[in-house]
Design a protein around this ligand. Structure first.
Ligand code: HEC
Ligand code: HEC
Length: 395
C-alpha cells in the first residue's frame, strides 16, 4: 500500500503499540491444549518445554541486553492470545521506498522494520521522510510450530511444482538458513521468510527486542545512525549469553519451547461445520489451504511422521491487491504465504495487517491467484457462507 508522506504520521499514531497484560506465571496448560506441550513428550523434552516457556515469558531489561531500540520487552508481550505462543492484535511496522516498481527497504535508514521504542527517547526511530510505502504486520501464532518446522522441504517443493486449478501457482520460498548456511524452504512468517524456529527466534531477539546473539551479532543502528548507536549501546555483543550449566542460550531455549508447543485443538464438529468443510473444498480454497501435510522423521518422537492439519501449503502466492507492497527475503511485493488456518478461533484479528475481525471480510479481501475461489464464495447463498464460516471457526 502506498501512502503520501504527510499521512505517515497519522498512520504511525494509529499503529502505536497497545501493551498487553501479562498472564501470571504458573504451570503450563495440559498437553494438547492451547499454550500446552504436544502430547507424547518424554520427561526430558517436557523439561525443555517448561524451561523454554520461562525464556518466552522473560521480561528483558537494559542489563539483559534490551535495546537500544526495540519493539517490546518479551516474546509473550506480543504472542499471547489463547495462551503463551498465541497471536494478538499487536502489529509491527515496515517501511520502504517504491520507485519505478522497485521496492527499496531503505536498509541504510534502518528499514524495513521500524523499532518503535528506545531505551532513551532521543534515539527512537522514525519513518524516514523518503519512505513512501508503509505496511503493518500483525503477530502470528506459533502453536504447533514444531510440526510445521518438521515438514520436509521436498514436500513443499513438490507442492509448488504440482499443477493446480484456477491458474493458481504458488512458489516455494527459497532462503538461506542463517543457522546452518544451507538453502532451505522458508515457512514461518507472513512472507515465509524463515525455515527454522532457531533462525526466527534469533531474528526476533535482535529485531523485536534488540538482543544480539550468535546468529545476529550486530545491533540495529537507530535509523541507520552508527554514531548514535556507538553512544547508545554499552553492552558487549552477543548479548544472548551461554548458560554455563546447560550450554544453551535464551535463543536456544525459546526456540525449543515453540518446537514443543501443541497444535491448536479442533472445536466442536456440528452439522454446519461438516457442510462448511465440504464447501471449503468445492470452492477450491483447499488449493492453497491444504488441509494436512505430514512431517518427516524427527529425533523428537512426538513430531515424527505426524499429520499436521494446518490448512496451508506454506507457499508464496501472488495475492494481487491484498499484497502489502513490501519485498522481503524470498517474497515479492504482492506475495504472501498461505496463512495456516488452524487455530483461527483463537485469533483476535485476521490478514497480514490485522485489518479485520470478520472472517467474511478476510475472505472477500482475497485477490490475485485467489480471486476465482473468492468469487465463488461471494456467489454462495448467505446460509452456505455461514456454514463455511462455522467450519473456519471450528479450526
Ligand atoms: C513487537 C511484537 C513482537 C515481539 C516482541 C515478538 N514477536 Fe514474534 N511475531 C510478531 C509479528 C508481527 C510476527 C509476524 C512477522 C512477519 O511475518 O513479518 C511474528 C512472527 C513470529 C514467528 C513466525 C510464526 C509464523 O509461522 O508465522 C515466530 C516463530 C515468532 N514470531 C517468534 C517470536 C519469539 C521467539 C519472540 C521473542 C524472542 C518474538 N516472536 C517476539 C511480533 C512480535
Ligand atoms: C491462491 C491461494 C489462496 C486461495 C485459493 C485461498 N486463500 Fe485464503 N489465504 C491465502 C493467503 C496468501 C492468505 C494470507 C493473506 C493475508 O494475510 O493478507 C490467506 C488468508 C486467509 C484467511 C485469513 C487467515 C489469517 O491468518 O488471517 C482466511 C480466513 C482464508 N484465507 C480463507 C480462505 C477461504 C475460505 C478460501 C476459499 C474461498 C481461501 N482462503 C482461498 C491464500 C489463499
Amino acid at each position: 500500500m502506498n501512502f503520501s508522506v504527510s499521512s505517515l504520521a497519522l498512520v504511525l499514531a494509529l499503529a502505536a503499540p497497545a501493551f498487553a497484560q501479562q498472564p501470571p506465571p504458573g504451570r503450563p496448560p495440559a498437553a494438547g491444549t492451547l499454550g500446552g506441550p504436544v502430547t507424547g513428550l518424554t520427561t526430558a523434552e517436557m523439561a525443555l518445554f517448561r524451561d523454554g516457556l520461562t525464556g518466552f515469558r522473560q521480561v528483558e531489561t537494559a542489563d539483559s541486553g534490551l535495546g537500544p531500540i526495540f519493539n517490546d520487552i518479551s516474546c509473550i508481550a506480543c504472542h499471547n492470545a489463547g495462551g503463551a505462543g498465541g497471536a494478538s492484535r499487536r502489529t509491527v511496522t515496515r517501511f520502504g521506498l517504491t520507485r519505478d516498481g522497485h521496492f527499496d527497504p531503505l536498509t541504510a535508514r534502518g528499514g524495513s522494520l521500524l523499532q518503535q521504542r528506545a531505551l532513551d527517547p532521543s534515539f527512537r526511530e522514525v519513518v524516514p521522510v523518503e519512505a513512501n510505502t508503509l505496511a503493518r504486520r500483525v503477530t502470528t501464532p506459533v502453536f504447533g510450530a514444531g510440526l510445521i518446522e518438521a515438514i520436509p522441504d521436498a514436500t513443499l517443493l513438490a507442492a509448488a511444482a504440482a499443477s493446480k486449478p484456477d491458474g493458481v501457482r504458488g512458489r516455494a520460498a527459497l532462503i538461506n538458513d542463517i543457522t546452518t548456511g544451507k538453502q532451505r524452504v522458508g515457512r514461518f512468517g507472513w512472507k515465509a521468510q524463515h525455515a527454522t524456529l532457531l533462525a526466527f527466534t534469533a531474528d526476533a531477539y535482535v529485531n523485536e527486542m534488540g538482543i544480539t546473539n550468535r546468529f545476529f551479532p550486530e545491533e540495529n543502528a537507530p535509523n541507520g545512525n552508527t554514531g548514535l548507536l556507538a553512544r547508545a549501546d554499552q553492552i558487549n555483543d552477543p548479548e544472548d549469553e551461554v548458560n554455563p550449566s546447560t550450554g544453551r542460550t535464551d535463543v536456544d531455549r525459546t526456540a525449543a519451547f515453540m518446537r514443543l508447543l501443541a497444535p491448536p485443538p479442533r472445536g466442536r464438529i456440528t452439522a454446519d461445520v461438516t457442510a462448511g468443510e465440504r464447501l471449503f473444498a468445492s470452492l477450491n480454497c483447499t488449493t492453497c489451504h491444504t488441509p494436512a501435510l505430514t512431517t518427516g522423521s524427527s529425533s523428537i518422537a512426538a513430531l515424527s511422521r505426524k499429520r499436521v492439519a494446518l490448512y496451508s501449503d506454506l507457499l508464496l502466492h501472488d495475492m494481487g491487491a491484498l499484497g502489502d507492497g513490501i519485498a522481503e527475503g524470498p517474497a515479492g511485493v504482492r506475495e504472501l504465504r498461505t496463512a495456516p488456518l488452524w487455530g483461527l478461533s483463537a485469533r483476535p484479528v485476521y490478514l497480514h495487517d490485522g485489518r479485520t475481525d470478520s472472517l467474511n471480510t478476510a475472505i472477500r479481501a482475497h485477490d490475485g491467484e485467489a480471486a476465482p475461489a473468492k468469487n465463488r464464495y461471494v456467489q454462495l447463498p448467505a446460509a452456505q457462507q455461514q456454514q463455511l464460516i462455522a467450519f473456519l471457526r471450528s479450526l
